[in-house]
Design a protein around this ligand. Structure first.
Ligand SMILES: Cc1ncc(COP(=O)(O)O)c(C=O)c1O
Length: 314
């Protein structure tokens, strides 16, 4: 399909029903979904949307930074709930942290940067309980890397409850991070509020090219399965190699791996690795200096392990 760059998407036949097509794919109505230019904008925006003087949000620590960072900037208290000893989000601690001033609970599943998963049944009970007290935003950016039954989405719950919202992105399994495509799903009343506040009822923030690519990618189940398998192969190789080197990587279901590098490491590990042409992140989580490496091609992961071996030998 031609992207028709000279026209707005609502004037292009193939794109007119994009929202409805994506909604149908996820088993909801078009009134349940708001397409957005990536999903970070929804995270940033939800911190603003649910802002209330004296309010707080509840989020795991560590988790994806965007929503808590915006909340903090606005003056909301961020009640950060430490992950448990298995490096998983502690759902009962999250629940008991919600209080009368909680405006929003942010839960990333699978979590970033830990790469850990909470099972669907636990998630469903959590959503049911937490949404009685506060709005709950479930960020499912990495859920596409899982297989059934672990990849069960909270979308059906969100579609019928204004207090539950689910965000998804085309940046991960679809490989479209630079094209900027995501969406949020909730009850139609919530979606209408978000739409009026976020886009003023306009949907032109996403380019025709991006919409066309998203539709094509959504239909290409085979390619996504291929990418998932390639990702798992590279991830398993890196995980096993790090273990052999006596690191203690957290078992990951995503396209990244987090592992402590030891608090004795001096300097900025990410800066050092950049001098070796390897781009990754390093930060201190749960009191330990950690490295978070994205899963690339097998060649790239072999290169990463080679540099790790040279570095830790030296
Ligand atoms: C948990 C999580 N949510 C959302 C995003 C943002 O993705 P995007 O804005 O590209 O859709 C990321 C990106 O790394 C992420 O890790």
């Amino acid at each position: 399909m031609m992207p028709f760059a000279n026209r707005y998407s609502f004037n292009v036949d193939g794109l007119k029903d994009c929202q409805a097509t994506i909604a149908r794919y996820y088993g909801v109505e078009k009134e349940n979904i708001l397409l957005t230019a990536g999903s970070s904008i929804v995270l940033d925006f939800c911190a603003r949307f649910f802002y209330k003087t004296g309010g707080n949000i509840v989020a795991a620590d560590p988790t994806f930074f965007v929503l808590p960072a915006t909340a903090k900037k606005l003056g909301l208290i961020v009640n950060a709930v430490p992950i448990d000893s298995n490096r998983k989000i502690d759902l009962s601690a999250m629940l008991s942290t919600i209080n009368n001033d909680t405006q929003l609970v942010y839960l990333v599943n699978p979590n970033n940067p830990t790469g850990t998963l909470l099972k669907p049944d636990a998630m469903k009970s959590f959503c049911a309980e937490a949404s009685k007290k506060s709005a709950v935003l479930i960020d499912e950016a990495y859920l596409d890397f899982l297989d059934a039954p672990d990849n069960e989405s909270m979308i059906p719950l969100a579609a019928g409850n204004p207090n539950i919202l689910v965000t998804r992105t085309f940046s991960k399994i679809h490989g479209m991070a630079g094209m900027r495509m995501g969406f949020v799903i909730s009850h139609p009343d919530r979606i209408k509020q978000l739409e009026q506040a976020l886009f003023n009822e306009s949907q032109v923030a996403i380019s025709n090219l991006t919409l066309a690519a998203a539709l094509a990618s959504l239909q290409d189940e085979e390619h996504r399965a291929y990418c998932k398998q390639k990702n798992a192969t590279s991830r398993d190789y890196a995980f096993k190699s790090l273990k052999e080197m006596k690191f203690d990587p957290i078992p990951s279901v995503t396209n990244f791996i987090l592992f402590p590098i030891g608090n004795d490491y001096e300097g900025n590990f990410a800066d050092f690795m950049l001098t070796k042409n390897i781009y990754l992140r390093s930060a201190t989580y749960f009191g330990q200096k950690c490295c978070r490496v994205s899963v690339g091609t097998l060649d790239e992961m072999q290169q990463f392990i080679k540099v790790m071996k040279e570095t830790w030998k030296a």
